[in-house]
Design a binder for this molecule. Structure first.
Ligand code: 2RA
Length: 354
């Protein structure tokens, strides 16, 4: 029989993308069980053309479940993932709760799919949305040229902060739209937006906010440390030098990252394009003269990382600069988690030890 899949957080914004993917990808699942918090339980959602009732998150909800995908806040994963494992499920967790634990693999299938099979506590973590988009392009270049350092600037969409982020951006844009000069007069965006900041520390409309996540050590944000720590773990490069600045931008969906990568070997832009042209999960869009760039408005709703603006550093033949955009709700969250779950389903189908 095909494995039973649970979707925990099914009513959330990432959860709904998971259901969409499960309905459009080749089906490898038997029963699909939708699970959510008590306040969201009882809703009925559609997946694979079936109307499914959303069940409340309880221990019993995991009885008979082979694989459980979680897209819930860190604290909820922290508490419930071990319970799901104790009821027999293998957990694929999209929160950051377990990502840096040495006994939990952190996986982006295009880069390190083999890590899925070594999961001593029955949990596999999916990577941060910005990391997932970036690492898919950086990894093949590392394989070819030997990565030594990453200097990153992210341009992260409002939907990375959930539905609240999207609603806040929409409300703020409504308030600032219409007055063509508003963005050009000091202080007026703050005045127009008022105190409706939602999940952001400052107004997002007509602005960029150089912050994502929570305050961490030495002035770094938690998001910037994720880009450093998760990249090191996924690439197995514990000494990789990473410096990231994570910025929220007034985009609904689509995270972008400007990358400066320093390698051991000399690189050329054409050589890098050749490597990326054949890389899994990458679309090369690199023709500035024709106005072709990786941009959120094109990447949204698609699976790959869109990569362009590839050029060799003017002052270092071992360094490349380039730009990446990916749909943070799909490959950044729902798709990466679904792909990992499918790898586990394939393992179960072969009768390997779950
Ligand atoms: C964000 N990467 O964009 C974080 C969580 N999705 O807010």
């Amino acid at each position: 029989a095909q494995p039973t899949l649970a979707v925990v957080g099914a009513t959330g914004s990432v959860g709904s993308v998971m259901l969409e993917l499960l309905s459009s990808r080749r089906n490898v699942w038997g029963e699909i069980r939708l699970i959510a918090s008590a306040r969201s339980a009882g809703k009925t959602l559609t997946c694979r053309g079936e109307r499914l009732d959303v069940r409340e998150l309880t221990a019993e909800a995991f009885d008979g479940v082979d694989v459980a995908m979680f897209d819930v806040p860190d604290a909820v994963s922290e508490h419930w993932a071990p319970i799901a494992v104790s009821r027999g499920a293998t957990v694929v967790d999209n929160s950051s709760a377990f990502r840096m634990r040495p006994d939990v693999p952190l996986v982006v299938p295009e880069v390190n799919r083999e890590a899925v099979h070594d999961r001593p506590v029955g949990i596999v973590s999916s990577a941060n949305c910005t990391v997932a988009a970036m690492i898919i392009a950086v990894s093949p270049l590392h394989d070819e040229y030997g990565l030594r350092e990453l200097v990153l600037a992210s341009y992260q969409a409002a939907s990375g902060a959930g539905q609240a982020g999207v609603d806040t951006l929409h409300d703020q844009l409504t308030k600032v739209a219409g007055d063509r000069l508003l963005g050009g007069r000091p202080g007026n965006v703050r005045q127009a937006v008022g105190d409706d900041l939602g999940p952001f520390p400052a107004p997002l409309a007509l602005n960029v906010v150089p912050w994502s996540g929570e305050l961490a050590d030495l002035g770094w944000s938690s998001e910037e440390l994720k880009l450093r720590n998760e990249s090191r773990k996924i690439l197995s490069l514990p000494a990789l030098k990473v410096s990231a600045t994570c910025v929220r931008v007034p985009v609904v969906t689509g995270h972008s990252i400007a990358v400066h990568a320093v390698f051991a070997a000399e690189v050329t832009a054409d050589g890098a394009r050749q490597v990326l042209r054949n890389a899994p999960g990458v679309i090369l869009v690199d023709d500035p003269e024709a106005g072709e760039f990786p941009m959120p408005i094109d990447a949204v709703g698609t699976d790959p990382s869109w990569v362009g603006r590839i050029r060799r550093a003017m002052d270092d033949p071992r360094a490349l600069s380039f730009f990446i955009t990916g749909d943070n709700m799909r490959k950044g969250a729902a798709l990466n988690t679904v792909q990992i779950a499918e790898l586990i389903a394939a393992e179960l189908a072969k009768g390997a030890p779950a």
